[in-house]
Design a protein around this ligand. Structure first.
Ligand SMILES: *Cc1c(COP(=O)(O)O)cnc(C)c1O
Length: 378
């Protein structure tokens, strides 16, 4: 039995009341909570508008559609990320072009982005991996030089800042996700944010079956989707975003506790707690085994910890190595593969107790010390 899970939602009494209040009304969708939630997201991020949808994946898909990404277009993406990033490119029969990451930030390496650009490249999806802001200045300037659109996938990074500005609002459009393992949740949900009125209009139309601005439900100006989010979910989102800064502070405190407790383990690489010009929004706490270890030892540690009742994650299985992407032409991604097979995501959620952090670290210390790079245990 898992006693200390990898992730758990944080729902308080005010959240529950907010959700129940919606259930007592007659507007369960496209109602006042949707408008209020969108306004609070836009204000929090510091952009002119937000479009709330039923998932982060939907938000990403709407960005690509709104930017006109179409069959045969190339979109630069990381492989060391969640599969939705490449899948949404595929939805449009466009081609995800995988670019390697920088080992220290786990984000796209801007030096490699430029050389991946061809005359078919239309956009870059830059992901703020694990809540660490990506090298936006470099990426935006490369994009500008080549006339490319930039989408920020900030699904793991709500509240993170880059040079004093919240991520998500730094490029043409940004997306957030509110699945229960994220910093804040709506159960299921996501949002697109932008300062661009034409992206906003397009996204709103596509979210609701292509219903145009007239609002006439039977006037479909284009082939859209049902990516609507209910007012029930939005009420939860409004309640959660109101205490997001508290949530992020607690998560940072947990990260610091992990950092202090694991310092003495030289075979374990810890994520940086601070980075110049950036404020991290802690999504997960992922450590990395040293070079002499491989996935065999990593997987053994995950299994041993599970047997002790502690849930560990293997973030991420690189997208280009997934069976669904087996046919893709992919250049070597040595950093992605190096990092992916050595990473251990530790239990990390708002309500994780200090004593749980201490126990996880104690058990992990024992296991890491007992594992030998050859795969033999002492
Ligand atoms: C969570 C996540 C998404 C979207 O998640 P949904 O489950 O569709 O809400 C997209 N990109 C990244 C990087 C994510 O971590």
């Amino acid at each position: 039995m898992i006693r200390i899970p990898l992730s758990a939602p944080d729902i308080d009494e005010r959240d529950i009341t907010a959700v129940c209040d919606v259930l007592r009304t007659s507007q369960l969708s496209l109602g006042p909570k949707l408008a209020t939630f969108e306004k609070s997201i836009a204000e929090y991020v510091g952009v002119s508008s937000a479009v709330a949808v039923n998932s982060g994946t939907s938000a990403l898909h709407l960005c690509l559609k709104a930017l006109g990404i179409a069959e045969g277009d190339e979109v630069i993406v990381p492989s060391f990320t969640f599969i939705a990033v490449a899948n949404t490119v595929r939805y449009e029969r466009a081609i995800p072009v995988f670019v390697d990451i920088d080992r220290s930030t786990l984000n796209l390496d801007p030096n490699l982005v430029e050389s991946a650009i061809t005359n078919r490249t239309k956009a870059i999806i830059v992901v703020h991996t694990f809540g660490v802001p990506a090298e936006m200045n470099e990426i935006l300037s490369i994009a500008k030089g080549h006339g490319l659109a930039v989408i920020e996938d900030a699904c793991e990074a709500i509240g993170a800042e880059y040079c004093g500005r919240k991520v998500g609002g730094l490029a043409d459009a940004g997306v957030f996700a509110f699945y229960p393992n994220k910093q804040m949740t709506t159960g299921e949900g996501g949002a697109l944010v932008t300062n661009d009125l034409s992206i906003l209009k397009k996204a709103k139309t596509l979210r609701n079956q292509g219903v145009g601005r007239s609002g006439d439900w039977l006037a479909h100006t284009e082939v859209g989707f049902n990516y609507r989010i209910s007012d029930i979910n939005c009420a939860l989102g409004i309640s959660q975003i109101a205490r997001l800064d508290q949530i992020l502070a607690r998560r940072e405190a947990i990260a610091r506790r992990y950092d202090a407790a694991l310092k003495s383990l030289s075979d374990l690489h810890r994520p940086a707690l601070v980075l110049p010009d950036r404020k991290i929004s802690w999504f997960v706490y992922a450590v990395r085994l040293a070079e002499q270890f491989s996935s065999t030892e990593r997987d053994w540690i995950v299994d041993q910890m599970r047997a002790l009742g502690i849930g560990l994650g293997r973030y991420f299985g690189p997208i280009h190595l997934q069976p669904a992407y087996a046919g893709d032409q992919v250049d070597a991604l040595p950093e992605t593969e190096y990092v992916a097979c050595r990473t251990l995501a530790l239990p990390f959620f708002n309500r994780l107790r200090d004593e749980d952090v201490d126990e996880v670290c104690e058990r992990l210390r024992c296991l890491v010390r007992s594992v030998r790079p050859t795969g033999q245990r002492t």
